[in-house]
Design a protein around this ligand. Structure first.
Ligand SMILES: NC(=O)c1ccc[n+]([C@@H]2O[C@H](COP(=O)([O-])OP(=O)(O)OC[C@H]3O[C@@H](n4cnc5c(N)ncnc54)[C@H](OP(=O)(O)O)[C@@H]3O)[C@@H](O)[C@H]2O)c1
Length: 343
């Protein structure tokens, strides 16, 4: 079976490609000419050894429909993973052109390509909106009263496009991961790894808010399993939350200290503590303006709770998310092996 993966050069898409290849799929990886594809491994026209699938790179942009048409040709499945995943951009319209316009182009490419049978679209918990004081499931749609970030708004708008496509009868399955963590490329999407690196290197003295924030943490391998299970067992038109343990970022740091038996300075809670920006790509302190804007988005995000139930995916897809303790027990040695943290 030939599958197209958009966003193949990213954190989630790269992990997905590698898993699909291990399972014998022929993977066509949709990347941009500027994408760093070093973690994808060499492309191969034929099947690899030991039942490994083949990898083919195709170049394009989700904003460029003709490139998507070429990429989709001959594929049975599209995993649409690509998105702009950033806390803030100087030109917010890019979130909408890539995250909403890109999905519309993928759907158009599906309509014009006769071979594709299923579209698996990677949405986000942000598309469902906050869950202050309760745990949400797939019945929730974004209330659209306010948005903490333009990224959140773009994913919520894309969700409407996806749900409309589903009600028009397109065989689309919409997946909603929580905060994804685990080994893989250190992009802005790999926020937990980036924060752990900051914390373990003494550059994260505090956090914004009370520490009572709630996020749903999804290990990347579980999210990948959920994507492949959606391909095999997912019902077209359905939504599945691929979330995990609902906990605060402070809990993530506490569990990490426990695992590594490292005594770390207590985190300071303050709404304006510098460096406590959960949603900031910390390495990208390019300018004070960018940092200030990014920090502000984080404050808005941390004013809410984002807790979800993945019961439906457990029952229908066999999704089986690991605990944070187990997941972090894998992430920390991985970061140590890369020399990014010491303990
Ligand atoms: N990370 C999380 O915690 C999280 C949580 C929930 C949902 N998600 C969703 O999961 C998906 C993947 O996120 P991620 O964390 O893997 O992000 P990522 O590492 O930033 O990867 C994004 C991918 O999208 C590609 N892309 C961006 N703009 C594009 C364009 N115009 N045309 C074609 N490709 C483009 C990027 O290509 P380049 O390499 O060329 O930049 C990259 O391959 C996204 O849909 C995101 O919304 C992520």
């Amino acid at each position: 079976m030939k599958v197209l993966v958009t966003g193949a050069s990213g954190y989630l898409g790269g992990n997905l490609c590698r898993a699909l290849l291990r399972q014998g799929y022929s993977v066509r990886a949709f990347v941009r000419p500027t994408s760093d594809v070093s973690l994808l491994g060499p492309a191969s026209a034929t099947h690899g050894r030991d039942g490994e699938g083949s990898l083919e790179l195709v170049y394009g942009d989700v904003n460029d429909l003709p490139s998507l048409l070429v990429a989709c040709s001959g594929c049975q499945v599209i995993f649409h993973v690509a998105a702009l995943v950033e806390p803030w951009l100087p030109d917010p319209s890019r979130f909408f052109s890539v995250n909403v316009g890109g999905l519309k182009n993928v759907l158009q490419a599906f309509r014009e390509t006769k071979t594709v049978e299923k579209i698996i679209y990677t949405s986000s918990f942000f598309a469902l909106g906050p869950t202050d004081g309760y745990i949400a499931d797939e019945k929730q749609t974004h209330p659209e009263k306010s948005f903490c970030t333009e990224y959140e708004k773009s994913k919520a708008m894309a969700d409407k496009v996806a749900l409309q496509a589903a009600s028009d009868g397109l065989p689309i399955i919409v997946l909603y991961p929580g905060v994804i963590y685990g080994s893989g490329k250190l992009t802005a999407g790999n926020v937990v790894a980036k924060l752990l690196i900051e914390r373990f290197n003494g550059r994260l003295p505090g956090y914004i808010g009370s520490g009572q924030d709630k996020f749903s943490f999804s290990h990347v391998e579980d999210v990948i399993d959920g994507h492949i299970a959606a391909l095999k067992k997912g019902r077209p038109g359905e939504r599945y939350l691929l979330t995990g343990e609902n906990a605060s970022f402070v809990h993530v740091f506490n569990v990490s200290s426990f695992i590594t038996e490292l005594k770390q300075k207590a985190l300071v809670s303050h709404p304006f503590v510098a460096g406590g920006d959960i949603w900031m790509d910390i390495s990208s302190l390019l300018s004070n303006y960018r940092k200030a804007s990014s920090d502000q988005s984080s404050v808005y995000v941390l004013r809410h709770q984002w807790a979800y139930s993945c019961e439906k995916a457990k029952v229908e897809l066999g999704y089986n998310p690991r605990s944070l303790k187990e997941g972090l027990g894998e992430v920390l040695p991985w970061l140590k092996s890369l020399g990014l943290i010491k303990y």
